[in-house]
Design a protein around this ligand. Structure first.
Ligand SMILES: C[S@@+](CC[C@H](N)C(=O)[O-])C[C@H]1O[C@@H](n2cnc3c(N)ncnc32)[C@H](O)[C@@H]1O
Length: 163
């Protein structure tokens, strides 16, 4: 299924900052789209860290491949739910493909201890009991998590796996 466009600049800056904080890190992006977020992450990658990004739309994958040429990004074409769990655990995951609430359990299972999960594309506001994404990521006892505002009209969740 194809959904969503490129991440916004503020989120790309956030991702690049977190990537830079992960020497020796194994970093994954779930949902490459056109490679804009991936480019920000790949170009901030510490020398001894690795970065893999996965997209299931072949046309988007080709656009991203051109953008990421010459970076150290490893690109995978297909469904991350099938292809990525065996490549983990990861120290940083940008969860940006499909239904985040439905996929939260699988994404959390792919996090290393101390690993960080980022979910963007939220609308700012107090956590809502009926919001499935916030329920899944802000209230999971395995995670220390918070919501941050990325612009006046957008927000993201940053979650760290405790154990
Ligand atoms: C919001 S966009 C990604 C934006 C990108 N991360 C960025 O920062 O520019 C979501 C992408 O995930 C892809 N996608 C959706 N479900 C997927 C799945 N199960 N496996 C791999 N890619 C998927 C869509 O085709 C879409 O291109």
């Amino acid at each position: 299924m194809t959904d969503g466009g490129s991440s916004i600049s503020a989120v790309r800056q956030l991702l690049a900052t977190l990537v830079a904080a992960k020497p020796r890190g194994r970093i994954a992006e779930l949902g490459t789209a056109f490679g804009e977020g991936a480019y920000a992450m790949a170009t901030a990658l510490p020398e001894d860290a690795s970065f893999i990004t996965v997209e299931n739309d072949p046309e988007r994958f080709q656009v991203a491949a051109q953008r990421l040429a010459g970076t150290r990004a490893e690109m995978v074409l297909g469904d991350w739910r099938e292809l990525m769990p065996e490549r983990g655990p990861f120290d940083l995951i940008f969860l940006d493909a499909g239904d985040a609430a439905a996929n939260a359990e699988l994404a959390i299972s792919m996090l290393a201890e101390g690993g960080i999960l980022v979910k963007d594309d939220l609308t700012p506001g107090p956590p809502d009991e009926v919001d499935p994404v916030r329920e899944a990521l802000l209230r999971d006892p395995r995670l220390a998590a918070c919501e941050i505002q990325t612009t006046a009209t957008t927000a993201a969740i940053i979650a760290v796996r405790r154990n």
